[in-house]
Design a protein around this ligand. Structure first.
Ligand code: FES
Ligand code: FES
Length: 169
């Protein structure tokens, strides 16, 4: 068994878990944050992407014990109350989702991508960087449009598309 303690969306959480507990299981089953999805459990689909210490991570590839001591942001940590995060708003505006299963991971990957490219993004870069996120519904076109739009907003504002949780931390 492992004792874990981490900050999730600005709140300290912890507990004793089996050593084999994945970070995604910990978030969903122990913390109750079910917005992070499990699509494959084998590091292929990207539905489970969260931010660990500011970087996008597939949370099915990391043990909860490995994440102990880290700061984690999940999809639930992005919006500020009723105000959608700019990347969420762009997905809504550009119809970047259909069933929504891949969407939390897409948005967490997109947010990280935009933050790593403060100079802005082009379509080829967005498509290459989305390699690790699979969508069965959209054909990707509107997802790419949404990410490009959010990237432009960020470039104009010259600020990081920070999450509520990061602001609070
Ligand atoms: S559930 Fe983690 S990559 Fe698919
Ligand atoms: S919107 Fe359905 S899997 Fe992407």
């Amino acid at each position: 068994m492992s004792e874990v303690s981490l900050v999730v969306n600005g709140r300290r959480v912890g507990g004793v878990v089996e050593d084999r507990t994945l970070l995604v299981q910990f978030l969903r089953e122990h913390v109750g944050l079910t917005g992070t999805h499990v699509g494959c459990d084998t590091s292929q689909c990207g539905a489970c992407v969260v931010h660990v210490d500011g970087k996008a991570v597939k949370s099915c590839t990391m043990l909860a014990a490995q994440a102990s001591g880290s700061t984690v942001v999940t999809i639930e940590g992005l919006a500020n109350g009723a105000d959608l995060h700019p990347v969420q708003a762009a997905f809504k505006e550009h119809h970047g989702l259909q069933c929504g299963f891949c969407t939390p991971g897409m948005i967490m990957s997109a947010t990280d991508m935009i933050n790593r490219h403060p100079e802005g993004l082009d379509e080829a870069t967005v498509r290459a960087e989305l390699e690790g996120n699979i969508c069965r519904c959209t054909g990707y076109h509107n997802i790419v449009k949404a990410i490009l739009a959010a990237s432009k907003t960020r470039s104009k504002s010259k600020g990081k598309v920070a999450s509520k949780a990061k602001k609070a931390a």
